[in-house]
Design a binder for this molecule. Structure first.
Ligand code: F6R
Length: 628
């Protein structure tokens, strides 16, 4: 979704922000823009904000800048100062108002003294706007964000910080903002509430961003703002205060990943790279987190004692999209292995349906990005209700991880492809480890624990074996490139995998795909079956396989083409007259869903590839959904 980048320092080149915007492209956006303060030192002249915005890719913005400001790179350019560069930039994912140049950020106030970029949603913008219009402020865009620029201007009485502080006090909703002003051309003011802002630290310049991916190429030292923080950032200083002007210290953090990991390397797409990374990252997720002698998992970040675990009376998993599907798989793990009643909530519903949460309830927020607005709202609700709330996140230092204060990181590395792949399998394996740990405290004997660890350790090798089928899966995928609908069916542990398989196919290939519990077929979806509607049936050797075979027969009887995922050498499947079989290695009930998901990721990838889709950034989608 929207991305913010800013730079203040003595490097005249805007490439830091343009590169930063490009690094945020993976998040999904439809327009981009930047603004800076042009300092004029001549007598009787005044500073001015220059800006440039365009629809489409950052490349379009870059081109427009070069057309409108041809001397941009030169130190005497009229786009920027020859003393210092102070620039804010943005990629916008439209919420209020269509993707257009006018709606793109930055937005300036009526007097053009202030320019802002904003991530998040201002819920009371209509009231504020009406109030400001009554005070003769004018608006150009349809966005909620523009109100912030005019509000700061309205609150300005000669003190830039005080104006931003009193403006944000009036905002309801979420914001990550960066503001520049002609009045203080050497400062960028940033503020955050429910939408992240990080500041990259260098000696003589500072880089701000809503996602550290835009910063990591320049520095590994960052400070994350917490909710209600406002920071005055200059080239050689950062001062953080709260809205009441009290100075606050925030710890410096060191980014522990390399920017190289955010490049495609030899792969055609990030998605393919991330699918192929899974043996490695799954090993990272598991490494150091089990103890064979004690036959249990070590997940110290959960900060739960054995007594806490024994007392747990329920687990509630709140998540969205792919993370929700991983949560559904987690439900099977927790109930089977630890016998803890578990329910999975669409995070957007969690706080509106008044969930029953008690002090011994564990709420797990599962989120790759750690920034998903609905999941964050669920976390806040669960904390307010007094639950134990833990995060399963990939992005280190993300808002959800920080808000929960306890949890387990995936160690999957940055996931760039909008379609989540490695996060799903790592989330699943982390929940499997968690279920082992809880199970050992509550009911599982040592032998069962050790057997489970042996299975978990084998996962990376099993995934390698699935990846070795890539060419064969590509061959099969080519046959289904022209279809318009696809059904995915599974039972038990493979039911969440059917949901995830269908989600993956629809989001990157734009083929309408739905996942169903195989038993549900007869209760409606079977009406869709015909020779143009293929079915992906998950029929690996698992409990319920025989029933899935029955469902496959029902599909074949209705002339639907059927692709099956099956366990190698399964004679029952060899006998079936299905169209295609994706043969997968023998694995346990706990690990089969994980390896089957990998096969379905490859299938979706190859269908999308053959259809010529824009795989890493599918239309309309955003990597990190920071608005509700
Ligand atoms: C699907 C996908 C989305 C995300 C969802 C939640 O491939 O990527 O469905 O899973 O938006 O995102 P996180 O996990 O970051 O909370």
């Amino acid at each position: 979704m929207c991305g913010i980048v800013g730079y203040v320092g003595d490097n005249y080149d805007i490439s830091v922000v343009v590169e930063g915007l490009k690094r945020l492209e993976y998040r999904g956006y439809d327009s981009a823009g930047l603004a800076c303060v042009n300092i004029d030192n001549s007598i009787n002249s005044k500073n001015e904000i220059k800006y440039c915005k365009s629809v489409g890719k950052v490349g379009n913005l870059q081109q427009k800048i070069f057309q409108e400001y041809p001397n941009l790179i030169a130190a005497d350019s009229n786009f920027k100062s020859n003393q210092q560069l102070n620039v804010i930039a943005h990629t916008r994912w439209a919420t209020h108002g269509e993707p257009s140049t006018i709606n793109a950020h930055p937005h300036l106030d009526t007097s053009e003294k202030f320019a802002i970029v904003h991530n998040g949603i201002i819920e009371n913008y209509e009231n504020l706007r009406e109030h400001l219009i009554a005070q003769d402020f004018t608006f150009k865009s349809e966005t909620d964000s523009e109100v912030i620029a005019n509000l700061i201007s309205y609150c300005y009485e000669g003190d830039f910080f005080a104006a931003v502080a009193s403006a944000v006090k009036k905002l309801q909703g979420t914001y990550g903002i960066a503001v520049i002003s002609t009045e203080k051309p050497d400062e960028i003011i940033v503020a955050s509430k429910g939408s992240p802002i990080a500041i990259g630290l260098r000696e003589n310049d500072k880089i701000i961003a809503s996602d550290v991916v835009a910063i990591a190429a320049y520095t590994k030292q960052v400070i994350y703002l917490s909710d209600d923080d406002i920071a005055i950032v200059t080239s050689n200083n950062i001062e953080i205060r709260n809205v009441d002007n009290v100075v606050i210290e925030r710890e410096k953090k060191t980014l522990d990943w390399d920017i190289e990991s955010v490049s495609k390397g030899e792969y055609a797409h990030f998605m393919l790279k991330e699918i192929f990374e899974q043996p490695q990252v799954l090993a990272n997720s598991v490494r150091g987190r089990y103890n064979l002698d004690l036959a249990t998992a070590n997940l110290a970040g959960l900060n739960l004692t054995a007594q806490d675990i024994v007392r747990l009376n329920r687990i509630v998993i709140a998540a969205c999209g792919t993370s929700l599907n991983a949560g559904l798989l987690g439900e099977y793990y927790f109930e089977d292995l630890a016998h803890i009643p578990t329910e999975v909530d669409q995070a957007a519903e969690f706080r509106y349906r008044n969930p029953i949460i008690e002090v011994d309830s564990l709420v797990l927020a599962v989120s790759q990005s750690g920034e998903t607005a609905d999941t964050l709202a669920a976390v806040n609700e669960a904390i307010n209700k007094g639950a134990i709330v833990a995060a399963i996140c990939n992005s280190v230092g993300s808002t959800i991880a920080r808000r929960c204060g306890r949890g387990v990181y995936l160690h999957a590395g940055v996931e760039v492809s909008v379609a989540s792949t490695k996060a799903f399998t790592c989330q699943s394996v982390v929940m499997l480890l968690m279920a082992l740990m809880f199970g050992r405290c509550r009911r599982l004997n040592q032998q069962t624990g050790q057997d489970l660890i042996a299975e978990i350790i084998k996962i990376p090798q099993l995934v390698e074996e699935v990846l070795a089928q890539s060419d064969e899966i590509h061959r099969i995928a080519k046959k289904y490139v022209k279809c318009c609908n696809f059904l995915y069916i599974g039972r038990g542990y493979l039911y969440p995998v059917a949901l995830e398989g269908a989600l993956k196919l629809k989001e990157i290939s734009y083929i309408h795909a739905e996942g169903y519990h195989a038993a549900e077929l007869k209760h409606g979806p079977i009406a869709l079956l015909c020779e143009d509607t293929p079915v992906m049936a998950l029929a690996n050797k698992m409990p319920g396989k025989d029933k899935v075979i029955g469902n496959i027969q029902e599909c074949l009887a209705r002339k639907a083409p059927v692709v099956v995922t099956a366990t190698k050498n399964d004679a029952d499947i060899e006998k079936l007259a299905v169209d295609d079989v994706i043969w997968l290695p023998e694995a346990s009930v706990y690990t089969t869903p994980i390896i089957t998901a990998v096969a379905l990721q490859l299938f979706s990838y190859f269908v999308a590839l053959e259809r010529g889709c824009e795989i890493d950034q599918p239309r309309n989608l955003a990597k990190s959904v920071t608005v509700e």
